[in-house]
Ligand binder design. Structure first.
Ligand code: PEP
Length: 248
């Protein structure tokens, strides 16, 4: 039985005080103990959000990290720094990072491996562009991203990896994949894991869908067999919406 996981990606939103206010608005309304809720806050808010989450079951996530522990990487944040704050999850390879900051499959792979080494669970984002989907290449693209990102990741670590299938054309656009399309791709990814590792890894790995998930679409999505959760941008910034997503 896989524990459903609903993660909010705040992106470059929320000052420290806004972050605390949002946590205060959601933290006492999370009803479902059978769902893991995660908030991925900007670096500047992580420490205060961690404190604000004390006494709750809501987990803390970062949105990015470097793959080295320390060194001459001006402007970067290391996994050791995140671990010291008490970060549980880190989004890796979000399409906005791939698109605006030139993240490659290779750097995504390094980050996934380093996150696992530091006991931080990576939320590995994969997904195709609209052009790739229209050309019928979505499975080819996603397969390459998944296999490259998991290169040299051991079978024992796979239970700590969350994969987020996020078709780029559905992120922040209001367009969403149908629940059947989302499920089909999550199933396709699950089979990739089965072929690379084994049946146990295939059954264990959690796979989310992300792309304009809203309170009115979550129930149908979560009813699908291979969808274990959602990675949510816009709706995670609105307390009422995020609460209803977690309590779907
Ligand atoms: C995201 O940022 O990962 C995302 C899915 O955003 P949105 O829900 O706004 O489409």
């Amino acid at each position: 039985m896989r524990l459903p996981i609903i993660a909010g990606n705040w992106k470059m939103n929320n000052s420290i005080s806004e972050s605390i206010k949002l946590i205060e608005e959601i933290k006492n309304h999370v009803l479902d103990k059978g769902v893991e809720a995660v908030v991925c806050a900007p670096y500047t808010s992580l420490n205060e959000v961690k404190k604000a989450l004390e006494g709750t079951d809501i987990r803390l996530g970062a949105q990015n990290m470097h793959w080295e522990e320390s060194g001459a990487y001006t402007g970067e944040i290391s996994p050791a720094m995140l671990k010291e704050i008490g970060v549980d999850y880190c989004i890796v390879g979000h399409s906005e990072r791939r698109q605006y900051f030139n993240e490659s499959d290779d750097t995504v792979n390094r980050k996934v491996r380093t996150a696992l080494k530091y006991g931080i669970k990576p939320i590995l984002c994969v997904g195709e562009t609209l052009e790739e989907r229209e050309a019928g290449e979505e499975e080819k693209v996603v397969k390459k991203q998944v296999l490259k990102a998991l290169e040299d990741v051991k079978k024992d670590d796979i239970a700590d990896v969350v994969i987020a299938y996020e078709p780029i054309w559905a992120i922040g656009t209001g367009k969403t994949a149908s629940s059947d399309d989302a499920n089909n791709m999550c199933n396709f990814i699950r089979n990739i894991i089965g072929n690379k590792y084994d049946e146990a890894a295939k059954e264990r790995i959690r796979i989310q869908y992300g792309g304009s998930v809203k309170p009115n679409t979550i129930k149908e999505l979560m009813a699908k067999e291979d969808v274990d959760g959602a990675l949510v941008g816009g709706a995670s910034l609105i307390a009422e919406d995020f609460v209803s997503l977690i309590n779907y």
